[in-house]
Every structure is written in structure tokens, then in C-alpha cells.
Design a protein. Structure first.
Length: 264
């Protein structure tokens, strides 16, 4: 997805608005459909930029600037920002401004609890479906991750990591579980992007994935589940290390916490 695509859609919206003719019926306006589509694409793009830290935690953002950058009107961008605020990725403070939400420390453990429970259940089912074709597919993804390690390609590594876990859900016959996991781990993903540059971190992930795959290949479901649990268990212990070098990215909120970034 590119800003050029969004600009093209905005031009299409304007064209539809000027060429539509009235009729006896009142079907859903094509221009409204295009606005909704542009809002969805704006949401996806802004969301990805938040998750990969292109838009950093605590950073002030402007709907006007985002709209100008994307070549869109304010309406689809405003809708996207509101949706991201509902997901906890953006915070809006009246008379102060709109900011990329900081990473909530106290929410990471809960997210990992949900993710671990679901992924261990998935891997137990995969163990009964580990055909030679399945194992070849999983090892191909591991090779892709290893290439990213050599090239120090953090974004590519993260994408291959997502592909690995998504493939496991597909193999288990539960592709919908991956969508649930993705929603649960929104804040975890931002944190994980910070950990990848740590010495040995990517190599460690590849090793842990390999342990999971080797256990599956041996037909040992319990061992594969234990390997997955150990793999996911290595995420939270590096929180404090990461927080130490970018403390401004994190916040430890309570349910009644109304703190917000400085207006300065």
C-alpha cells in the first residue's frame, strides 16, 4: 500500500461526487464506499507505521499533516485515527493534542498470557498434522528468517516471524485463531520491534523456532508445545532491558490513570 494509491482513491471519490446523477432510488452512494475504503487503507497504513515504530510512542501526530501526506481529505484520516484510538494505539487529549500511545508495561504480561495459551493449543494440534510437506514449508520460513539475520533486516525478520506463527495456525486448521492472537499482541509487536537490534536476539528466535520445528518433525507433540511455551516465555524478560534505553516509549498505567504527554 502506498500514498499514491490513496491519492488515486481520493480522486476517484471526487469524480464520483461530480458525475453521479439523481435517481428515484437511494442506493448506497459509491462515494461513501470509496471514502470507507480510503479510511480502511489509511487505518492500515497508519497502524503499520505505529507497530513498526516509524511513528514512535509518545509522538504527537496531526490529522491535517497525515491527510496532506497521503493526499486525502481529513474525513478518512479522522476515521482511521478514531479507530486506532479505540485499539489503544493512539491517545487523544482535548486541548492538548493527539499522540501515538506509549507502550503499557502492565498490559504486556496479559497479552503474552493470551498469546501463549492460544499458540500452545495450536502447536499441539499441528503435531498431529506434521506431514513432510508441512515440515518443508516451515523450514523454508526458517531459512527466510536466517537470511534476514545475516542481512540485519529487522522488518523482514518480523514479517517472517509473523509468517511462521500464522502458518502454524493454518496448519492446525484454525486460521481464525491467528487473527485473535494478532489483536491480542498489538502492544507486544511494538515492543518486539525494539528488541530485535539487541545482540543475539534474532539468532535466539531462529534457534527457538528450530526447536519447535524439530520437535514437530520427531512427532513429539508435548515437546513441541514445551518448546513453543519456552520460546514465548523469552519475550517478557527483556522488557526492562529495552525500557532502560528508551524509557520514554513506555508507561505503566492504572485503570484511572489520565496522564498524558506534555503539551510542549
Amino acid at each position: 500500500m502506498t500514498f499514491q494509491t490513496l491519492r488515486s482513491e481520493e480522486r476517484a471519490i471526487n469524480l464520483q461526487s461530480t458525475t453521479m446523477k439523481p435517481s428515484g432510488r437511494q442506493p448506497r452512494s459509491p462515494s461513501k464506499d470509496l471514502v470507507a475504503n480510503a479510511a480502511q487503507r489509511a487505518y492500515q497504513l497508519i497502524r503499520q507505521r505505529i507497530l513498526d515504530l516509524t511513528l514512535e510512542p509518545g509522538q504527537r501526530i496531526s490529522e491535517h499533516d497525515l491527510a496532506a501526506e497521503m493526499g486525502l481529505s481529513r474525513t478518512p484520516v479522522h476515521q482511521a485515527v478514531q479507530r486506532l484510538a479505540d485499539e489503544g494505539l493512539i491517545e487523544i487529549f482535548q486541548r492538548v493534542g493527539t499522540f501515538v500511545a506509549r507502550i503499557p508495561i502492565n498490559g504486556l504480561e496479559e497479552a503474552m498470557l493470551v498469546r501463549t495459551a492460544l499458540e500452545v493449543a495450536v502447536i499441539e494440534r499441528v503435531a498431529d498434522r506434521a506431514t513432510p510437506e508441512v515440515m518443508t514449508h516451515l523450514r523454508t520460513i526458517l531459512e527466510k528468517q536466517q537470511k534476514c539475520v545475516v542481512q540485519m533486516d529487522y522488518q523482514g525478520f518480523h514479517q517472517a516471524d509473523e509468517e511462521f506463527h500464522s502458518a502454524l495456525a493454518d496448519i492446525a486448521g484454525f486460521p481464525g485463531i491467528w487473527a485473535t492472537i494478532q489483536q491480542a499482541k498489538i502492544q507486544i509487536d511494538r515492543f518486539r520491534h525494539l528488541t530485535l537490534p539487541l545482540a543475539g536476539r534474532m539468532e535466539g528466535v531462529v534457534h527457538e523456532h528450530t526447536e519447535v520445528v524439530n520437535a514437530l518433525a520427531s512427532g513429539k507433540g508435548a515437546l513441541a508445545a514445551a518448546a513453543m511455551r519456552a520460546h514465548l516465555g523469552h519475550v517478557l524478560p527483556v522488557v526492562e532491558v529495552t525500557r532502560a534505553f528508551r524509557p520514554e516509549f513506555f508507561v505503566n498505567r492504572t485503570p484511572n490513570d489520565s496522564s498524558f504527554p506534555s503539551a510542549s
